[in-house]
Design a protein around this ligand. Structure first.
Ligand code: NAG
Ligand code: NAG
Length: 350
């Protein structure tokens, strides 16, 4: 149960049940402006990035197979699909709170006056080995794990936060939830379809009241990830998600902002790949307009890399070489790093 007056409001109509999936996009909101107006002008090149000669590689954060902890991976220089485990394959961090397990970790660089000085990892509080999918979705944790770092090396201030009403912020956090009727206080009956919810935060401690961001009822949608394009205009985005009803991953495009009009290239049935989940998208550091997309073959060997130079499309994605791509990586995220950060990661855990 989330504390705050807003939760009471939720409880009167529907009840927020659990985080079935969680991801995050870094945004900057112009102070005082509504959420629709997003100002990217203060970003570094993290979001606007096309080919960028200052970037030296990629850092990946994942959980592995049955091990719900934070594992770091570092690319082989600027090769976007060649990764090696850091810390000899041992976790960089294990949660000490909540369920003791973290899934779907997302690493992001701070924005605004935190750019280049602060990084965050967030993830779901779920140790599926100690519960069941059904129980976790009926009465699971309402918490989001957060870690902070000022150097990508020391990860501190582990905390579990809940989404509650507060002042607006510059980060948009989103997750998937299903809802039970108010009358079903024990969550034993049938829930709603799964929707994507979102809230803003500025400090990963307090959040604005959650809102429904994507609802394709009766279809279940989970595992949203958003890739800003054309960072300088702040209006063009791709969003990848999983149709949890048909078990496919597809992409939608907006050129009118995060809360603008989204279209699904190829139509309502178009998809990139079936039998996958947990899409993680990242721009190529060196090839302008090229996007890499990790797709989690959850029934098999976990993440496999795909790529496209026409990413605003559900067709034309090709499987990349898996020769240098580690097996068994699960739903996580990849972030570009410059030479300083690349070297620091390698020195500490390489
Ligand atoms: C890399 O980024 C960090 C953090 O923003 C910064 O301190 C460092 O100077 C950068 N290094 C290079 C080579 O640009
Ligand atoms: C920005 O996005 C639009 C539409 O998605 C595209 O036509 C245009 O080429 C992009 N511009 C840049 C500079 O990437």
């Amino acid at each position: 149960m989330i504390s705050s007056g807003r939760t009471l409001y939720l409880a009167l109509t529907v009840l927020l049940l659990s985080w079935t999936s969680l991801s995050l996009v870094l945004e900057h909101r112009t102070p005082g402006s509504p959420g629709q107006t997003l100002d990217f002008s203060e970003y570094g090149d993290h979001l606007a990035r096309r080919a960028d000669p200052s970037l030296a590689g990629y850092m990946g954060v994942f959980f592995l197979g049955a091990d719900p902890y934070l594992y770091f991976y570092l690319s082989n220089g600027n090769d976007p699909i060649s990764f090696k485990a850091l810390n000899k394959g041992s976790p960089i961090a294990k949660p000490t709170k909540g369920t003791g397990g973290v899934r779907d970790p997302t690493v992001i660089q701070g924005g605004g006056n935190e750019a280049g000085k602060k990084w965050y990892i967030i993830g779901t509080d779920l140790n599926i080995g100690k519960t069941t999918w059904d129980a976790s979705q009926r009465t699971g944790s309402k918490g989001i794990f957060v870690w902070e770092s000022t150097d990508l090396i020391n990860w501190v201030n582990e905390r579990l936060v809940t989404v509650e009403d507060s002042t607006a912020g510059q980060y948009l956090v989103y997750w998937a939830s299903k809802f039970y009727p108010t009358s079903d206080s024990k969550h034993t009956g049938n829930p709603s379809n799964i929707r994507i919810r979102s809230a803003y935060t500025s400090d990963f401690k307090t959040f604005t009241a959650p809102q429904t961001y994507i609802n394709k009822s009766p279809t279940n949608i989970i595992d949203l990830t958003i890739l800003p394009l054309n960072g300088s205009d702040g209006k063009s985005f791709l969003r990848f998600m999983k149709d949890e009803t048909k078990k496919t991953v597809f992409v939608e495009v907006s050129t009118t902002g995060l809360f603008g009009t989204w279209t699904r290239p190829g139509g309502d049935s178009a998809f990139i790949q079936s039998g996958v989940e947990g899409p993680a998208a990242y721009l190529d550091n060196q090839v302008p307009g090229k996007v890499h997309l990790l797709l989690d073959f959850y029934g098999g060997d976990g993440y496999r890399p795909y790529e496209s130079t026409n990413p605003a499309s559900n067709s034309g994605w090709t499987a990349s070489s898996t020769t240098a791509f580690p097996a068994n990586l699960r739903h996580g995220s990849v972030m570009p790093v410059n030479q300083t950060l690349y070297s620091a990661l390698k020195t500490r855990w390489g």
